[in-house]
Structure formats: structure tokens, C-alpha cells
Ligand binder design. Structure first.
Ligand SMILES: C[S@@+](CC[C@H](N)C(=O)[O-])C[C@H]1O[C@@H](n2cnc3c(N)ncnc32)[C@H](O)[C@@H]1O
Length: 257
């Protein structure tokens, strides 16, 4: 299999699910759950993208990729090969149904279609790699900027994922996630033991800021910037919520091997 995916031709916008709100040239406004259009700088910690080889980990519909590219980055988008790689919290009703649901599979394809539709609309030169976040191939090379935004919350083992991701980073690692403000290196489990069927099963952990700092230190990075920000979220049925996310920028100070 080749390292980068062949661009996908998407005939019909109705086959797309936009995770991000985007203004698409020649198409118009695409409504998405997260509207980061005026918030890209703060979401990515104000890092400079000009001339930077950038990896967008968990690209979804690709807003971060296309904004980084607009600022002069050469971007590789990354997402998982298959939703079968997404391990959810193993609630009983989830264990019983075994495997990927039809709804999860069609959401996954819809978001991938949205990425390629936007890629085409922007005339993007970004390349896209599909793989396993726990085992990012070194064939990807190294990156000056690596964006790790709202993917760790969905992973059973964020430390293993960060270890794999950090090995691709020679410069700045940007983490934007729900975090706990604590001087203790702790994690909060986001599974629900009470009425779990009421909740999506794809959220695992919020780490404390101190836990992130310690893991990053172990991986050879020093935190150079941190800020909290609020971001609006909205779903297709009009449900709204404000999420408070931390953005941490860490710089490589020691080699990874
Ligand atoms: C919530 S979206 C984040 C989108 C974007 N990074 C942002 O911050 O706006 C999470 C993305 O991570 C991907 N993802 C979730 N679990 C994954 C896994 N185990 N391996 C690789 N990608 C995964 C999903 O496919 C999705 O594109």
C-alpha cells in the first residue's frame, strides 16, 4: 500500500459529513460541529506555519490542514485506516453488538468524503496518510509542527499514541484537548457506569496539565506555551455546548532515540 492516499472524487455533497464548519471556494458554507474559522490561531497556540512541514493528527474533515497550508505549511494529514481501529469504552451494550456499527462506518466515510471535497475545493496540495496512531510509520519522516487536537480524548492509551506521534516531531508539538487544571499528574476517566447507553462511547480520558507536562518531558519536550480557551460546539439537531480546552505547545529539547 502506498504511503499517501489517492485523492477521492466525491460526486455529491450529501455524502459528506463536515466535522468542521468551513467556507469552501465554489461551494459555500458547510455547517459543521466545530466552528474554528475565527479561532485557528488560538486553537493551535499561535505557532508559525510558514515553511513548516506539518502533521495534522486526526484530521477529520481537515480544517486544521487547510488553514495551516494557507499559512504556508507543507501539510500531511493523518487519520485512521478504519473505524475498527477506534476502541470505544467497552460498555456491555457495546460488547454485545461487537464490531463497528453501520452508523459509525457511515459517519467515518462521510467525514472522509468531506475532507476530500474540501481538499478539492481549496486546491490543496496536502497529502493524506491513513494508518494507526499507535504505530505511525517512520516513512512519514519528521515534522516541524505536529498538531494533536481533540484526538487523545478518543484514545484508550494516549501515552502510547503520544510516544508514536512524538517520534515524528523534530520541532513543536501542539496539543489541544479537554484537560484538568491540576498540579497533580492525574487522569479523569470519562466513561459512565451509570446509564452508559445515554452517552457516546468514544471518550476515554482527560489528563491534567501536569500529567501532559510530565509525559512530554519523558518524551523529550519542554512546554513553552499554555492557554485555556472556550469553543462553541453545535450538532445537526441544534444542541449547543461550550467546551473549555487547553492548548499546550511543547518544543523538542532532546532526541527521541
Ligand atoms: C474529534 S476529531 C478531531 C479533528 C481535528 N483534529 C480537530 O481538532 O478539529 C478526531 C479525529 O481522530 C480520529 N481518530 C479517532 N480515533 C483514532 C484512532 N484510534 N486512530 C487514528 N485516528 C483516530 C478520527 O477519525 C477523527 O478524524
Amino acid at each position: 500500500m502506498s504511503l499517501y492516499a489517492e485523492p477521492r472524487a466525491v460526486a455529491d455533497l450529501s455524502q459528506c459529513i463536515f466535522y468542521h464548519a468551513m467556507d469552501l471556494p465554489g461551494i459555500g458554507f458547510a455547517r459543521g460541529n466545530w466552528d474554528l474559522r475565527q479561532r485557528f490561531e488560538r486553537y493551535t497556540g499561535g505557532v508559525d506555519f510558514a515553511g513548516k512541514r506539518t502533521l495534522d493528527v486526526g484530521t477529520a474533515s481537515g480544517f486544521l490542514t487547510f488553514e495551516a497550508e494557507r499559512r504556508g505549511a507543507e501539510v500531511v494529514s493523518f487519520d485512521s485506516t478504519s473505524p475498527a481501529l477506534h476502541h470505544g469504552v467497552p460498555y456491555l451494550h457495546v460488547r454485545r453488538r461487537r464490531g463497528v456499527t453501520q452508523a459509525d462506518a457511515s459517519d467515518f466515510e462521510g467525514i472522509r468524503n468531506a475532507y476530500w471535497t474540501a481538499h478539492h475545493a481549496f486546491g490543496s496540495r496536502a497529502r493524506c496518510h491513513y494508518g494507526d496512531v499507535y504505530n505511525l510509520t517512520d516513512e512519514l519522516g519528521e515534522f516541524d509542527v505536529v498538531l494533536v487536537c481533540q484526538i487523545l480524548v478518543h484514545l484508550r492509551d494516549p501515552v502510547a499514541a503520544l510516544t508514536s506521534i512524538a517520534a515524528r516531531c523534530r520541532g513543536k508539538l501542539v496539543i489541544t484537548e479537554g484537560m484538568i487544571d491540576s498540579e497533580h499528574p492525574v487522569a479523569v476517566f470519562l466513561g459512565h457506569h451509570d446509564q452508559p447507553e445515554r452517552y457516546p462511547n468514544n471518550s476515554w480520558w482527560h489528563y491534567s496539565t501536569t500529567l501532559y507536562r510530565q509525559v512530554l518531558d519523558i518524551l523529550g519536550f519542554e512546554v513553552v506555551y499554555f492557554e485555556w480557551n472556550n469553543y462553541p460546539w453545535e450538532n445537526a439537531t441544534g444542541q449547543k455546548h461550550i467546551f473549555k480546552l487547553g492548548t499546550m505547545v511543547a518544543e523538542r529539547i532532546a532526541p527521541h532515540t
